[in-house]
Design a protein around this ligand. Structure first.
Ligand code: GDP
Ligand code: MG
Length: 244
C-alpha cells in the first residue's frame, strides 16, 4: 500500500437492530376507556377521536354511547393502534388506560370521580388512570381549577392530568397520545410484572401503584374534606404527581 495515500474512511456504523421477523404476530391494539358521569363529554371525546380533523363532518349526535372505534396514531416515533371505548365499564376490566372524565364547568362531576375510580374492576397491575378535565372552553363557567384537579389526580394515583375541549378539539389529540403512552407502559409492566411478582419497587413512574385501591377511600375522603382549605394551601406541581 502507498504510505502517502490518504487515511481510509472510518468504517460504517454498525447496522440497526433487526426488525421483528415478518411472521411474528402483531401486538393487539391498545384499549382505553372513557369513564365519568353523564354529560361531561365522553361521547364528544369519542367523536373527536373518530373525527379528529375539524371541520370534519361527523354523523349527527345520537343518544347513547359511541361504538368503540380503532385508530392508528404515531406516538414517539412509532405507530400504535388504539381502541377507545365510550363509558363502557366492562371494557375497563381489560383496559390499558382509563380516562376519568369530568367537566371543569361542573363541580358535581368532579366529586363523582373518586367513587368511579374506586369502583374499577381490580387488575394487576391496575390500569393507568388519566384525569381529564373536559369543556375547558367554558372559561367563564369554570368551577374546578387546574390546581384542584391536580390534587385529585394525586389522590387517585393518576399518572396524568389533561384539560381538553372536545367541542373545539383542543388538546384532544394530546390526550389520545397520552393514552397510547400510558397503555404501552402498562403492557410492558404487565409483561415484566408477571415475571417479577413479589419484588418491591422497580416500576416506572411510581412504584407501589398496585396498592392504590386499598388506600383510595381514605385519601379521597381527606381530599374532599380539605377542598375549601385547599385554596389556601401551597400548590403542587404536575411533576410531583408521578411521585405519589
Ligand atoms: P357524555 O354524557 O359524557 O357522553 O357527554 P356528551 O358527549 O353527550 O356531551 C354532553 C353535552 O356536553 C353535549 O351537549 C355536548 O355538546 C357538550 N360538550 C361535550 N364536550 C364539550 C366541550 O368540550 N365543550 C362544551 N362547551 N360542550 C361540550
Ligand atoms: Mg355519552
Amino acid at each position: 500500500m502507498d504510505p502517502a495515500a490518504p487515511p481510509r474512511r472510518a468504517p460504517p456504523p454498525p447496522p440497526l437492530p433487526a426488525p421483528p421477523p415478518p411472521g411474528s404476530p402483531p401486538s393487539p391494539p391498545l384499549r382505553a376507556v372513557l369513564l365519568g358521569p353523564p354529560g361531561v363529554g365522553k361521547s364528544s371525546l369519542a367523536r373527536a377521536f373518530a373525527w379528529p380533523d375539524p371541520p370534519g363532518t361527523p354523523p349527527p349526535h345520537h343518544e347513547g354511547p359511541e361504538p368503540p372505534r380503532e385508530r392508528r396514531l404515531r406516538v414517539d416515533g412509532s405507530a400504535a393502534a388504539l381502541v377507545l371505548y365510550d363509558g363502557d365499564e366492562q371494557a375497563a376490566g381489560g383496559a390499558d388506560a382509563v380516562l376519568l372524565v369530568f367537566a371543569v364547568s361542573d363541580r358535581g362531576s368532579f366529586a363523582r370521580l373518586a367513587p368511579t375510580a374506586r369502583g374499577l374492576p381490580p387488575a394487576s397491575p391496575p390500569a393507568p388512570l388519566i384525569l381529564v378535565g373536559n369543556k375547558s372552553d367554558l372559561a367563564r363557567a369554570r368551577q374546578v381549577s387546574p390546581r384542584e384537579a391536580r390534587g385529585l389526580a394525586a389522590v387517585l394515583g393518576c399518572r396524568q392530568h389533561v384539560e381538553t375541549s372536545a367541542a373545539l378539539r383542543h388538546r384532544t389529540e394530546e390526550l389520545f397520545r397520552a393514552a397510547v403512552r400510558q397503555g404501552r407502559l402498562h403492557r410492558r409492566r404487565r409483561r415484566e410484572g408477571e415475571e417479577e411478582e413479589g419484588e418491591e419497587g422497580g416500576e416506572e413512574e411510581g412504584g407501589g401503584r398496585p396498592r392504590r385501591r386499598r388506600s383510595l377511600t381514605g385519601r379521597a375522603k381527606r381530599f374532599f374534606a380539605g377542598l375549601v382549605p385547599l385554596a389556601r394551601q401551597r400548590s403542587k406541581s404536575c411533576s410531583d404527581l408521578s411521585a405519589l
